[in-house]
Ligand binder design. Structure first.
Ligand code: CAP
Ligand code: MG
Length: 405
């Protein structure tokens, strides 16, 4: 059975050679420890991690490790992570170490449900073929009542968004109980559909304790939810798996990655978004935030984001695809940069960039759609704004800006 491979970028401690550091990582994550032990028999050594390649890169080293498939409990993400992203980050013989990617063999991918909908399924729900989806996050993040939330959602819907989501810190607080919020928003989205003929998805944030996820999903569905949202890193991958594996959960899953910056931001130490993205795809997320080329949290090179998005959209063990979501500091003046850098098979989301529009939420949504339409027609936003007033107002307030390199 093919083995699992993992690639790390690391800086050894001053008194440690790169080879010694790599061997220390392989030992710690498989059958060794800080000293030799009499109990590590030849039979056990079949589970040893192996340094397959080791080469200098920049100021550090890049190493690819083979971890025997037998080491892993098929289908257990928690255990996979304990091997590829466990004690190694604390090893003293490495000054820093970053998990760059994982290569999961078919047999270790097979037990997972994967996305129920994928990009194709979400597009089918909205009747789109290849244009980018436009989403918004209800802002302010927290504090609105259910009916106030629903009013903002209605405005965004008639303005032309495809998707509306809760923000990552809104769940079931007293000021906006989840059941009431879902019922109120879905009722206003039904109204918007009567007005516009368009379906709009509302991703309600059901992040909570793992053993309560299904109950909370059922409450959301009973109140008409047509999409669920999970903060994967604060809730755990199991929260996605529980929903993906339950046939009664017949709506797509929008996966937010809040807290990821603690792992992904430092280019020398932590966990890159790539392995996280692969595990979210295995677990069954239908959409996943992967970062922007021009937004407010721009610490990752655009090339890396492109690779992360391809890990979601490309063929992989027959598992459905996942819609990459570009979000964070976007507004209509950044749409061309985003689509030019990351392609149109994306979800572009704007919170402040829609609700901060001088004309209000509906005008902000229209401006985002107009900016996307301009890009698809090969027209500059400035040119398109000549006869699209909402886009003109957005450009007047925020200007337009290029993508990072
Ligand atoms: C964006 C957002 C999202 C970020 C998360 C926020 O709001 O709602 O959580 O996109 O970042 O709270 O910042 P704005 P990422 O559009 O108003 O910035 O997608 O990189 O995980
Ligand atoms: Mg947010």
């Amino acid at each position: 059975m093919p083995d699992l491979f993992a690639t790390y970028y690391f800086h050894p401690r001053a008194d440690t050679t790169p080879r010694e550091a790599a061997e220390a990582l392989a030992e710690e994550q498989t059958t060794g420890t800080w000293t030799d032990i009499t109990t590590r028999t030849e039979s056990v050594r079949r589970l040893d991690g192996v340094v397959e390649s080791l080469e200098p890169l920049g100021t550090g080293h890049l190493a690819r490790f083979r971890f025997p498939a037998e080491l892993f409990e098929p289908g257990n993400i928690a255990q996979y992570l304990s091997v590829v992203a466990g004690n190694l980050f604390g090893l003293g013989r490495l000054d820093s170490v970053r998990l760059v990617d994982i290569e999961v063999p078919p047999a270790l991918a097979e037990p997972f449900y994967g996305p129920k909908f994928g990009m194709e399924g979400v597009r089918r729900l909205l009747g789109t073929t290849d244009r980018p989806h436009i989403g918004t996050i209800i802002k302010p993040k927290v504090g609105l009542s259910p009916s106030e939330t629903a009013k903002v959602a209605y405005e965004a819907a008639i303005g032309g968004v495809d998707l509306i989501k809760d923000d990552e810190t809104l769940t079931d607080q007293a000021f906006c109980p989840l059941a009431e919020r879902v019922a109120a928003v879905m009722s206003r989205l039904d109204e918007a559909r009567s007005d516009t003929g368009r379906t709009v998805l509302f991703a309600v944030n059901i992040s909570t304790r793992a053993d309560r996820i299904l109950d909370r999903a059922e409450v959301a569905l009973e109140n008409g939810a047509n999409m669920l949202m999970i903060d994967v890193l604060t809730s755990g991958f199991a929260a996605i798996e529980v929903l993906a594996g339950d046939p009664s959960i017949n709506v797509p899953l929008h996966i937010h990655r809040t807290m990821h910056g603690a792992l992904t931001r430092n280019p020398d130490h932590g966990i890159a978004m790539r392995p996280i993205a692969r595990l979210v795809r295995l677990a069954g997320g239908d959409q996943l935030h992967t970062g922007t080329a021009s937004g407010k949290m721009g610490h990752v090179p655009v090339d890396e984001i492109r690779g992360d998005n391809e890990a979601l959209r490309g063929p992989w063990h027959g598992i459905r695809t996942v819609f990459p979501v570009s979000s964070g500091g976007l507004h209509p003046g950044k749409v061309a940069a985003e689509l030019g850098a990351l392609g149109t098979d994306m979800v572009l989301q704007a919170g402040g960039g829609i609700h901060g529009h001088p004309g209000g939420t509906a005008a902000g949504a229209r401006a985002m759609r107009q900016a996307a339409d301009a890009f698809i027609e090969g027209v500059s936003a400035e040119e398109y704004a000549r006869d699209h007033p909402e886009l003109a107002q957005a450009l007047l307030k925020w200007g337009s800006s290029p993508a990072r390199s």
